[in-house]
Design a protein around this ligand. Structure first.
Ligand code: PEP
Ligand code: MG
Length: 576
């Protein structure tokens, strides 16, 4: 039995046989052609491009229908590769010069492109290597008249093991045939990971040696909750995981029973439970899991996978849809949080040594009021269609908040002049995710109607731990006493100023921590839709007084691990 550690990309547990798909390599002979065959080869190339285009559009339609428009949009990047004049002209000019078969020439040009792109420092462009590779393989397949075997023809339910999985591979996976997947490379926010979540199958990525250590037919346990893969588990481990899986299933059903009830403690204290989303078409999942609103709509994904910027109308339509669908519940739209680990090629951001401490989020927006105001105008316009609120990311002090609100006031003025309706009293919030903001919430309260604690960043900034660096991940402790003291200070001083506090960092959706946060007086908990029923169940099972005592005791402990173990044991007692 061996254990392989990777990155947890999509939650859940799956047990079953491995099905390894190799890297798709073609052997392409270097065959010479005569001068007079050149037009035929060009025609072959054009036909392959047309056929590939048709395949991608077909696939895009199917994905749009089965998984949603946002997932389908991923293939826009593939279509752009097909229209790349430089790539096409490169192939044709080399064909005319070198007199070799087009399949060979194309494969050489493709290799050159991939090598150039993979060396680029810009993360976004680097990610495009996968798109070029994916489309390139399709074109080659069509040039050689070959078919991609495997994924769409699977007979039994398997766990896919691959070096990497492209979005179009994920697209042909059916839940009935693929119970999980694992890959050597990839990160939590890759397109493939996004697709896995939509398919609701567990996935572990970035294992490095998955394909080297696993053979087809090996029995695997994929633990998508902990980013763990167990190869050839012994009887005891198998039994444990089968039990865990059953427990998860039983627990999920139990949690789902309360999903539409209010999040009220046994002694009557009511809090709000809302959802974090990245795309508008996650709204049905929010409703299905009993979300009473959206506590964080991360709008930066709107700017991804495209060469141009979204127009005001595009922003407006998306926000209007979410506002209308979620009515009467509130929807908090977070303005563009670019930078850190989220790069967008449209903005040509210079390379920075410390991107998380650099030109990010509100800093970027205040430097580019044109881009910022366009988004604010769209949010304001959409505000008449439901209960919309807006919030700014990464506020570090009152001046930033004042400047942002000034641009908001200008946007309002413009709309007024145009006679465009909007909600003049739209609530404005600040994310509290920088320690300087956490220590000055009393001051920030003058300019904000509500706060939302972004623990994902607050933890990295207060403990000096890069949130995406696996080497220092052991130091990333949500319940470190320093973090708890900051959270307590935020909640207490905000309440003193009469301002409500939510939390949209991942910590709010962690069962043990949620219990403690309830006791610390948090008003709103925002989390991925799938965890809502469980957190609601916990809140409905406890007395507020009891939660306060737990929080009080947790605050006396010395380390994050002690707090984590303590809150977990208290939760187990309550749910017993
Ligand atoms: C956070 O920092 O906790 C947060 C919710 O924002 P993001 O994860 O998008 O940085
Ligand atoms: Mg953040």
């Amino acid at each position: 039995m061996i254990k392989l550690k990777g990155i947890a990309a999509a939650s859940g547990i799956s047990i079953g046989p491995a099905y390894k798909i190799g890297k798709e390599e073609f052997i392409i002979p270097k065959e010479a052609i005569r001068e007079k065959d050149i037009p035929v080869q060009i025609q072959l190339f054009e036909e392959a491009l047309i056929k590939t285009r048709r395949e991608i559009i077909e696939l895009q339609k199917r994905i749009g229908f089965e998984m949603g428009q946002e997932e389908a949009q991923i293939f826009d990047a593939h279509l752009l590769v097909l229209e790349d004049r430089m790539l096409i002209e490169d192939v044709i000019s080399r064909l005319k010069k070198e007199h070799l078969k087009v399949a060979y020439i194309f494969s050489e040009v493709l290799k050159k492109y991939i090598s150039v792109f993979s060396k680029i420092e810009d993360e976004y462009l680097k990610e495009r290597t996968a798109d070029i590779n994916d489309v390139g393989k399709r074109i080659l397949r069509n040039l050689l008249g070959k078919k991609r075997t495997g994924l769409s023809e699977l007979k039994d339910k398997v766990i896919i093991v691959a070096h990497d999985i492209s979005p179009s591979d994920t697209a042909v996976m059916h839940k009935q045939k693929v119970s999980a997947f694992i890959t050597d490379i990839g990160g939590k926010t890759s397109h493939t990971a996004i697709m896995a979540k939509s398919l609701e199958i567990p996935a572990v990525v970035g294992i490095e040696e998955a394909t080297a250590k696993i053979s087809s037919g090996d029995i695997l346990i994929v633990d998508g909750n902990n980013g763990l893969v167990i190869v050839g588990p012994d009887e005891k481990t198998l039994e444990e995981y089968h039990r865990e899986k059953e427990k998860l299933k039983g627990a999920t059903q139990k949690f789902l029973l309360v999903k539409d009830l209010p999040a009220t403690t046994l002694d009557g204290k009511k809090v709000e439970i809302s959802a974090n989303i990245e795309f508008p078409d996650e709204v049905p999942a929010v409703k299905m899991h009993g979300g009473q609103g959206i506590g964080l709509y991360r709008t930066e994904f709107f700017y991804m996978n495209r060469k141009d910027l979204p127009t005001e109308e595009e922003h407006y339509q998306a926000y209007k849809y979410v506002a209308e669908e979620m009515k009467p519940y509130s929807v908090i739209i977070r303005t563009l949080d670019l930078g850190g680990d989220k790069f967008l090629s449209q903005f040509a951001i210079p390379h920075e040594m410390q991107p998380f401490l650099g030109w990010r989020a509100i800093r970027f927006c205040l430097a580019r009021p044109d881009i910022f105001k366009l988004q604010l105008r769209a949010i304001l316009r959409a505000s008449v269609h439901g209960n919309l609120k807006l919030m700014y990311p990464m506020i570090s002090g009152i001046e930033e908040l004042e400047q942002a609100n000034k641009i908001l006031a200008e946007a309002k003025e413009e709309l007024k002049k145009q006679g465009t309706p909007f909600n003049n009293n739209i609530e404005v919030g600040a994310m509290i995710e920088v320690p300087s903001a956490a220590m000055t919430t009393d001051i920030l309260a003058r300019e904000a109607n509500f706060f939302s604690i972004g623990t994902n960043d607050l933890i990295q900034y207060s403990l000096a731990v890069d949130r995406v660096n696996e080497k220092v991940a052991y130091l990333y402790e949500p319940a470190h006493p320093a973090v708890l003291r900051l959270i307590k200070n935020i909640i207490d001083s905000a309440h003193k100023a009469g301002v409500k506090v939510g939390m949209c960092g991942e910590m709010a959706g962690e069962p043990g921590f949620a219990l403690m946060l309830l006791g610390l007086g948090l008003d709103e908990f925002s989390m991925p839709p799938q965890v809502i029923p469980e957190i609601k169940y916990i809140i409905r099972s406890v007395n507020f007084k009891q939660a306060e005592e737990i929080a009080h005791k947790a605050m006396q402990l010395s380390t994050g691990t002690e707090v984590e173990n303590f809150t977990k044991s208290k939760l187990a007692e309550i749910l017993k």
